[in-house]
Design a binder for this molecule. Structure first.
Ligand SMILES: NC(=O)c1ccc[n+]([C@@H]2O[C@H](COP(=O)([O-])OP(=O)(O)OC[C@H]3O[C@@H](n4cnc5c(N)ncnc54)[C@H](OP(=O)(O)O)[C@@H]3O)[C@@H](O)[C@H]2O)c1
Length: 165
Protein backbone atom coordinates (compact mmCIF):
# COMPACT_ATOMS: atom_id res chain seq x y z
CA UNK A 1 0.00 0.00 0.00
CA UNK A 2 1.27 3.49 -0.82
CA UNK A 3 1.86 5.82 2.13
CA UNK A 4 0.46 9.25 1.31
CA UNK A 5 2.21 12.17 2.98
CA UNK A 6 0.86 15.72 2.87
CA UNK A 7 3.31 18.60 2.67
CA UNK A 8 2.01 22.16 2.76
CA UNK A 9 2.34 25.52 4.51
CA UNK A 10 -0.41 27.54 6.14
CA UNK A 11 -0.99 30.71 8.14
CA UNK A 12 -2.62 30.42 11.60
CA UNK A 13 -5.97 31.14 9.84
CA UNK A 14 -5.52 28.38 7.26
CA UNK A 15 -4.59 30.64 4.31
CA UNK A 16 -2.40 28.76 1.82
CA UNK A 17 -2.55 30.79 -1.41
CA UNK A 18 -3.38 34.04 -3.15
CA UNK A 19 -3.87 34.63 -6.92
CA UNK A 20 -2.61 31.10 -7.60
CA UNK A 21 0.70 31.71 -5.81
CA UNK A 22 2.04 31.61 -2.26
CA UNK A 23 1.22 34.83 -0.33
CA UNK A 24 4.69 34.83 1.31
CA UNK A 25 8.30 34.37 0.32
CA UNK A 26 10.44 32.20 2.59
CA UNK A 27 13.17 30.69 0.36
CA UNK A 28 14.44 28.34 3.08
CA UNK A 29 10.96 26.90 3.48
CA UNK A 30 10.85 26.17 -0.27
CA UNK A 31 14.27 24.52 0.10
CA UNK A 32 12.87 22.27 2.85
CA UNK A 33 9.98 21.34 0.48
CA UNK A 34 12.43 20.61 -2.35
CA UNK A 35 14.67 18.41 -0.19
CA UNK A 36 11.79 16.27 1.05
CA UNK A 37 9.97 15.90 -2.26
CA UNK A 38 12.99 15.72 -4.58
CA UNK A 39 12.44 12.95 -7.18
CA UNK A 40 9.43 11.63 -5.25
CA UNK A 41 5.94 10.94 -6.61
CA UNK A 42 3.82 14.07 -6.14
CA UNK A 43 0.07 14.50 -6.44
CA UNK A 44 -1.61 17.90 -6.79
CA UNK A 45 -4.59 19.83 -8.09
CA UNK A 46 -4.65 21.29 -11.60
CA UNK A 47 -4.25 24.90 -10.37
CA UNK A 48 -1.19 24.05 -8.27
CA UNK A 49 0.26 22.12 -11.24
CA UNK A 50 -0.16 25.14 -13.51
CA UNK A 51 1.60 27.44 -11.05
CA UNK A 52 4.40 25.06 -9.98
CA UNK A 53 7.85 25.75 -11.45
CA UNK A 54 9.13 22.94 -13.70
CA UNK A 55 12.18 22.56 -11.43
CA UNK A 56 9.86 21.22 -8.70
CA UNK A 57 8.39 18.56 -10.98
CA UNK A 58 11.33 16.26 -11.69
CA UNK A 59 9.25 13.09 -11.67
CA UNK A 60 6.04 13.03 -13.75
CA UNK A 61 3.44 14.43 -11.35
CA UNK A 62 -0.07 13.08 -10.79
CA UNK A 63 -2.60 15.86 -11.37
CA UNK A 64 -6.27 15.93 -10.41
CA UNK A 65 -8.36 17.45 -13.21
CA UNK A 66 -11.51 16.73 -15.18
CA UNK A 67 -9.65 17.92 -18.27
CA UNK A 68 -7.22 15.39 -19.80
CA UNK A 69 -5.93 18.07 -22.22
CA UNK A 70 -3.75 19.59 -19.47
CA UNK A 71 -1.25 16.84 -20.34
CA UNK A 72 -0.37 19.00 -23.32
CA UNK A 73 0.89 21.84 -21.05
CA UNK A 74 3.67 19.90 -19.31
CA UNK A 75 4.14 16.16 -18.77
CA UNK A 76 1.82 14.71 -16.12
CA UNK A 77 -0.55 11.85 -15.37
CA UNK A 78 -4.12 13.15 -15.13
CA UNK A 79 -6.54 11.51 -12.70
CA UNK A 80 -10.18 12.54 -12.56
CA UNK A 81 -11.27 10.99 -9.27
CA UNK A 82 -9.94 9.41 -6.06
CA UNK A 83 -10.68 5.98 -7.56
CA UNK A 84 -8.59 6.64 -10.67
CA UNK A 85 -5.81 8.05 -8.45
CA UNK A 86 -5.79 4.91 -6.25
CA UNK A 87 -5.82 2.70 -9.34
CA UNK A 88 -2.86 4.61 -10.77
CA UNK A 89 -0.65 4.47 -7.66
CA UNK A 90 -1.38 0.77 -7.36
CA UNK A 91 -0.23 0.30 -10.96
CA UNK A 92 3.06 2.18 -10.46
CA UNK A 93 3.74 0.39 -7.13
CA UNK A 94 5.25 3.35 -5.30
CA UNK A 95 5.89 3.12 -1.55
CA UNK A 96 5.07 6.75 -0.87
CA UNK A 97 3.53 9.75 -2.59
CA UNK A 98 3.43 13.40 -1.52
CA UNK A 99 0.13 15.32 -1.67
CA UNK A 100 1.27 18.93 -2.13
CA UNK A 101 -2.08 20.82 -2.44
CA UNK A 102 -3.75 23.13 -3.21
CA UNK A 103 -6.76 23.71 -1.05
CA UNK A 104 -9.27 21.61 -3.03
CA UNK A 105 -7.03 18.56 -3.25
CA UNK A 106 -5.93 18.79 0.40
CA UNK A 107 -9.58 18.82 1.45
CA UNK A 108 -10.40 15.92 -0.87
CA UNK A 109 -7.60 13.79 0.63
CA UNK A 110 -8.26 14.78 4.24
CA UNK A 111 -12.03 14.21 3.97
CA UNK A 112 -11.41 10.78 2.49
CA UNK A 113 -8.84 10.05 5.24
CA UNK A 114 -6.11 9.09 2.76
CA UNK A 115 -3.19 10.84 4.46
CA UNK A 116 -1.19 9.10 7.16
CA UNK A 117 1.38 11.84 7.79
CA UNK A 118 1.39 15.59 7.13
CA UNK A 119 4.46 17.81 7.12
CA UNK A 120 2.90 21.14 7.93
CA UNK A 121 4.70 24.45 8.00
CA UNK A 122 2.86 26.79 10.33
CA UNK A 123 3.62 30.33 9.15
CA UNK A 124 3.71 32.60 12.20
CA UNK A 125 2.14 35.69 10.55
CA UNK A 126 -1.30 35.99 9.01
CA UNK A 127 -1.48 36.85 5.29
CA UNK A 128 -4.45 37.65 3.07
CA UNK A 129 -5.39 35.03 0.52
CA UNK A 130 -8.09 33.32 -1.52
CA UNK A 131 -7.24 29.65 -0.94
CA UNK A 132 -7.45 28.08 2.50
CA UNK A 133 -7.49 24.75 4.27
CA UNK A 134 -9.45 23.69 7.33
CA UNK A 135 -6.81 23.16 10.01
CA UNK A 136 -9.35 21.52 12.33
CA UNK A 137 -8.74 18.29 10.36
CA UNK A 138 -5.52 18.02 12.40
CA UNK A 139 -7.07 18.56 15.84
CA UNK A 140 -6.45 14.99 17.01
CA UNK A 141 -3.26 14.32 15.04
CA UNK A 142 -0.04 13.77 16.98
CA UNK A 143 2.40 16.61 16.48
CA UNK A 144 6.21 16.54 16.48
CA UNK A 145 8.21 19.74 16.01
CA UNK A 146 10.82 19.39 13.24
CA UNK A 147 12.21 22.91 12.68
CA UNK A 148 11.62 26.32 14.15
CA UNK A 149 12.61 29.69 12.65
CA UNK A 150 11.49 33.23 13.44
CA UNK A 151 9.01 33.10 10.50
CA UNK A 152 7.57 29.58 10.71
CA UNK A 153 7.60 26.25 12.54
CA UNK A 154 7.55 22.91 10.75
CA UNK A 155 5.70 19.97 12.30
CA UNK A 156 5.25 16.34 11.45
CA UNK A 157 1.63 15.43 12.12
CA UNK A 158 0.55 11.80 12.37
CA UNK A 159 -2.99 10.65 11.69
CA UNK A 160 -4.32 8.71 14.68
CA UNK A 161 -7.01 6.99 12.55
CA UNK A 162 -6.58 3.94 10.40
CA UNK A 163 -6.19 5.14 6.79
CA UNK A 164 -9.24 4.95 4.55
CA UNK A 165 -11.70 4.71 7.50
N1 LIG B 1 0.73 26.83 0.95
C1 LIG B 1 0.88 25.67 0.33
O1 LIG B 1 1.50 24.73 0.85
C2 LIG B 1 0.30 25.49 -1.03
C3 LIG B 1 0.49 24.28 -1.73
C4 LIG B 1 -0.09 24.15 -2.99
C5 LIG B 1 -0.83 25.18 -3.53
N2 LIG B 1 -0.99 26.32 -2.82
C6 LIG B 1 -1.82 27.43 -3.33
O2 LIG B 1 -3.18 26.95 -3.40
C7 LIG B 1 -3.86 27.62 -4.47
C8 LIG B 1 -4.46 26.59 -5.40
O3 LIG B 1 -5.39 25.80 -4.68
P1 LIG B 1 -6.86 25.54 -5.25
O4 LIG B 1 -7.65 24.88 -4.21
O5 LIG B 1 -7.37 26.81 -5.84
O6 LIG B 1 -6.59 24.57 -6.49
P2 LIG B 1 -5.96 23.09 -6.59
O7 LIG B 1 -6.43 22.25 -5.46
O8 LIG B 1 -4.50 23.19 -6.84
O9 LIG B 1 -6.63 22.61 -7.97
C9 LIG B 1 -8.03 22.62 -8.12
C10 LIG B 1 -8.39 21.83 -9.36
O10 LIG B 1 -8.21 20.44 -9.10
C11 LIG B 1 -9.17 19.69 -9.84
N3 LIG B 1 -10.01 18.95 -8.90
C12 LIG B 1 -10.47 19.33 -7.68
N4 LIG B 1 -11.21 18.34 -7.12
C13 LIG B 1 -11.23 17.32 -8.02
C14 LIG B 1 -11.84 16.03 -8.04
N5 LIG B 1 -12.57 15.57 -7.01
N6 LIG B 1 -11.63 15.26 -9.12
C15 LIG B 1 -10.88 15.68 -10.17
N7 LIG B 1 -10.29 16.90 -10.22
C16 LIG B 1 -10.47 17.70 -9.15
C17 LIG B 1 -9.99 20.70 -10.65
O11 LIG B 1 -9.31 20.86 -11.88
P3 LIG B 1 -10.10 21.15 -13.28
O12 LIG B 1 -10.73 22.50 -13.08
O13 LIG B 1 -9.02 21.14 -14.31
O14 LIG B 1 -11.09 20.03 -13.45
C18 LIG B 1 -9.85 21.97 -9.80
O15 LIG B 1 -10.07 23.14 -10.53
C19 LIG B 1 -2.81 28.51 -5.13
O16 LIG B 1 -2.87 29.81 -4.57
C20 LIG B 1 -1.50 27.85 -4.75
O17 LIG B 1 -0.40 28.76 -4.76
C21 LIG B 1 -0.44 26.50 -1.59
Amino acid sequence: MTKIIGIMASTPNGIIGKDNALPWSYPEEIEHFRKITDSQVMVMGRKTFESAPNSLLKKTPIVFSKNKAIRNLKPCTVVESIDSFLEHILSIQCHKAFMIGGAEIAELFLKNNLISEFILTKIHKNYEGDASMDLSFFDKWQQILLTQTKDYTIYKLTNPQEIGK
